[in-house]
Every structure is written in structure tokens, then in C-alpha cells.
Design a protein around this ligand. Structure first.
Ligand SMILES: [Zn+2]
Length: 337
């Protein structure tokens, strides 16, 4: 991602103005210090393993930045598809030549992994798997044309999906089906340094647009959950505006599930602005009510998506296992409720 229309500009603390870009770590998000959350928590379903999700994030980064048309991208895509197959999913690869804002032909592959492919009641869980080619929000302009490792902005969402798929294979009590969809070509959107083009917002989420326009599976999921940047340190997931507009019931369901899973402190009952992301075409073109779990850092000067967003510092060092766990256990709670 992307573009955030800031509806709620957080007040920048005076201290934050004076300190470095890494100062905006967000609020304390320990589950242990929230007695109310713990007291009312009623977790259901298998236990999400944060170490495993962390390892899945690192494994993607080990290929290098998964920039469109690169060898690292190709190899990582094969690895992701293989892992979903290993966990018992039926995998199809939806390939397309898509056109980037600059006319580049992008060899795009949406990876669609179905758990319980025969089930008629299905839930969509999705994330993008490509890396941004340009660190155009980096504080150092010398880095603006370098690729983003995308440990958080890409790999984290896929890692959470892989760990859920692994848990579902081991558990075998879930009767509904899950469509895990890894969207490609999300992050080739118009760079900030590009002045010859107008940003109309439609240069992003190209794989998700293609999926929604060329719906590849027989049964349409009842609703969907998009995971974007779900492993950052200090992350909190405020209710995103497009999600509230298109899928208010799903927002309620997911935020309640976070409470019940014991991770309510990561999901404040507050609004975080509107984001142009993969869930928009899925709502508008595929008609699947879909929400976006995406962080909001109200006090972060570098970006409301957090300090390392679209910088060369979006690396494993800034991935927090407990953030991955908060999101993964919440999604499991939704699936098993
Ligand atoms: Zn991005």
C-alpha cells in the first residue's frame, strides 16, 4: 500500500517531532496488561504459532525483494504455492500480463489456495505478495529507487495465511472452506518522485483488480479479510474507512473476534482513515464484503502506516512476532466462530 486519505490526523506529540524516524513505535500492545480483555477472552480454534509465522516471513525475505518480473519474485511465488500445497490446499495460479503506470508489462500471478475446496460456505483471506520496487518514502532520497525488502508490506500477510493453513490442516474440525488469495502487482503504484503522471489511485492493486474482474473460483466467499502490513512492531489496527463503508458487519465481527481471542488491545474501537488497497476492487467488482486489517500510527511523522513503510528499513528487524500472533489468532477466531 498505497494511499491513505487521512480523516483523523493524529496530534503529533512535541517529543515525536524532535526524535528520529524510528521513534514512532506506537502504543504498548501487551495482552497481559489488559485485564478486561483477558477476563472476557474466549479463544476458539487452534493456537496460532508466532514463531512459525515469523519463519514464513523470513523465508520470503530470503529470496530478496520480490519485485515484479524479477527472479526472486518468480522463485518466491513457486515457494508460496508449494507451501500451500504442502498444507493440503488446492492451488491455482491466475497468471496475467498487467500494465504498470509506466507502461511496463508486469508478469502477474495471483496465487489462489483453497482449503476444503468443495465447501459451499467460504471465507476469503488475502494479502499481497509482491514487493515495492522503490523505497520512495525513505528519509534518504538516495534510497528512493532501491527496492523494498517488504518484510512487513507483503511477506507478513502471506506468512500469517500460511500459518493459518498449516493449523487448519492439523486441526481438521473446520467445516467451512477458506480461499487464501495472494495478490500480485499490488505495490507498483505511482512513486512519489514521479512527476510526469497523475496519481488517480488506479496504479495500485493491479492483481486484485484482475482477480475481481476475472473471478477464478466456483463459489463466491461470504466475506473477506485482507491482511496488509500485519507484522510491524508497535502496530495497532484501527477500523479502516473503506471497510466500514463496504462491510460494516465484517468489521464488527473481526474487532469482536480480536477481543474474544485476547488481542483487543491491538484492535482499538477507533477509526483510522480510508485506504486504497486490494479490498476495494474485491468489494466493488467482485461484490465480496471485505475488510482491511492495516496498521494506523496516528503519531508517526514519517507515515501513518508506520516508520518503515516504503523505506529500505522494512526488514525482519522490525517484525514483531506478537503482532503476527494478534492478527493470526484473530483470523482463526473469526473462522471458528
Ligand atoms: Zn506498499
Amino acid at each position: 500500500m498505497k494511499t491513505r486519505i487521512k480523516l483523523f490526523l493524529g496530534c503529533l506529540a512535541a517529543a515525536a517531532l524532535a526524535t528520529s524516524v524510528f521513534s514512532c513505535k506506537g502504543k504498548s500492545t501487551s495482552t497481559d496488561n489488559n485485564a478486561d480483555t483477558v477476563a472476557t477472552a474466549k479463544p476458539v480454534g487452534p493456537k496460532f504459532n508466532p514463531d512459525s509465522a515469523y519463519a514464513f516471513t523470513a523465508a520470503q525475505c530470503a529470496f530478496g525483494p520480490r519485485v515484479m518480473n524479477s527472479e526472486a519474485h518468480e522463485k518466491c511465488g513457486q515457494w508460496i504455492a508449494g507451501k500451500f500445497r504442502q498444507y493440503g490446499c488446492t492451488v491455482q495460479e491466475q497468471k496475467a500480463d498487467l500494465k504498470g503506470y509506466d507502461g511496463t508489462t508486469l508478469k502477474s500471478t495471483n496465487i489462489i489456495a483453497q482449503f476444503n475446496p468443495e465447501a459451499q460456505q467460504r471465507v476469503l483471506v488475502c494479502a499481497h505478495w509482491d514487493s515495492r520496487p522503490w523505497a520512495d518514502n525513505d528519509p534518504d532520497s538516495a534510497n528512493h529507487r532501491k527496492p523494498v525488502m517488504a518484510a512487513n508490506d507483503g511477506a507478513s500477510g502471506v506468512a500469517v495465511m500460511l500459518e493459518i493453513a498449516r493449523q487448519l490442516q492439523a486441526d481438521s474440525t473446520l467445516n467451512i472452506g477458506v480461499d487464501f488469495v495472494c495478490f500480485d502487482a499490488e505495490d507498483w503504484g505511482l512513486p512519489q518522485w514521479e512527476t510526469g503522471y497523475q496519481d488517480t489511485g488506479d496504479t495500485w492493486a493491479l492483481g486484485a483488480h484482475y482477480y475481481a474482474e476475472n473471478f477464478p473460483t466456483a463459489v463466491k466467499p461470504m466475506f473477506g479479510i485482507l491482511l496488509d502490513m500485519v507484522g510491524g512492531e508497535g502496530a495497532q489496527f484501527y477500523r479502516e474507512g473503506m471497510s466500514k463503508q463496504f462491510a460494516p458487519d465484517v468489521v464488527s465481527r473481526v474487532w469482536s473476534a480480536a477481543q474474544a481471542a485476547g488481542f483487543g488491545s491491538y484492535f482499538p474501537e477507533s477509526d483510522g482513515g480510508m485506504v486504497t488497497d486490494d479490498h476495494v476492487p474485491v468489494n466493488q467488482k467482485a461484490g465480496i464484503p471485505t475488510i482491511d486489517i492495516i496498521p494506523y500510527y496516528p503519531d508517526c511523522q514519517a507515515s501513518s502506516f508506520g516508520p518503515v513503510w516504503h523505506t529500505v528499513n522494512d526488514t525482519m528487524e522490525h517484525i514483531d512476532k506478537t503482532t503476527l500472533q494478534a492478527v493470526g489468532q484473530t483470523v482463526i477466531q473469526v473462522l471458528f466462530s
